[in-house]
Write a protein that binds this ligand. Structure first.
Ligand SMILES: [Zn+2]
Length: 247
């Protein structure tokens, strides 16, 4: 591990995390997600440089727009902190090329999670990007890992799709979004034989979240839970923390 790269990963991850969260929130509002200058979500006032410094601006502004005092969506702050954290974790645990790919995948997942929290929908573009980055990371572990990823994605996508159909037939409600199925299949390309660990972690975390949050309709946005569980298990797998148990 290179100390300079680890230190550089903090601001870099925070800036790109900020961009990812903004893209996710704009997508959820049906706006142009990937371009346009920084502005307040509420009053659309353009942000000066001082208001765009990740984490520090949010704290110094007290979480509210300097112009209209509307609260800044917490997804921005979460994206900045998580972006910095996942970039540093990737650099700390992986060689350069896989570290960049794992961090990029994490940032794509931040955009997806923020979009799902805000709109209860997951962008297909994010799942497609996660699938491509996941395939690259699996290939970096060798051909066996690539084959395991393709098999796991087929099984995971198929099993969740059938589960949805079963729920719909029994209760008239699929209980799981089609976007969740696509994201789970995309993550399985990366996770291969470790996919059941990520699914179990996501399921447990989801159950705890439903208990704690007690949503009125009994439902939570599952995308953020799935994204976080998948990324954490994927990073451990890529870093060889599962040893020889999994390719
Ligand atoms: Zn404002």
């Amino acid at each position: 591990m290179n100390a300079a790269a680890l230190i550089a990963a903090l601001p870099f991850g925070a800036v790109v995390g900020s961009f990812a969260a903004t893209a996710g929130l704009r997508w959820a509002r049906g706006e142009q997600a990937l371009s346009g200058r920084s502005r307040c979500d509420a009053c659309a006032a353009p942000l000066g440089f001082g208001a765009t410094v990740p984490i520090i601006s949010f704290v110094s502004l007290g979480g509210a727009c300097d112009d209209c005092r509307a609260p800044i969506h917490p997804g921005h702050f979460a994206g900045e902190v998580l972006g910095a954290g996942l970039a540093m974790a990737s650099v700390a645990l992986l060689p350069t090329a896989p570290a960049l790919a794992a961090a990029a995948l994490g940032l794509v997942l931040i955009a997806a999670a923020v979009a799902d929290t805000a709109s209860r929908r997951l962008p297909d573009l994010a799942s497609a990007a996660a699938a491509i980055l996941g395939l690259g990371l699996a290939l970096a572990r060798g051909p066996a890992a690539l084959l395991a990823g393709l098999a796991a994605a087929t099984l995971t996508g198929g099993a969740l799709f059938l589960l949805r159909r079963g729920f719909t037939a029994r209760r008239g409600d699929p209980g799981l979004g089609l976007g969740d199925v696509k994201l789970a299949a995309a993550l399985a390309l990366w996770l291969g034989a470790a996919t059941p660990w990520a699914m179990a972690l996501a399921g447990l975390t989801g159950l705890v979240q439903v208990r704690l949050v007690k949503p009125a309709d009994g439902r939570i946005a599952f995308g953020p839970v799935l994204a976080a569980s998948g990324w954490v298990v994927g990073l451990a797998l890529q870093a060889g923390l599962f040893g020889d148990l999994m390719p």
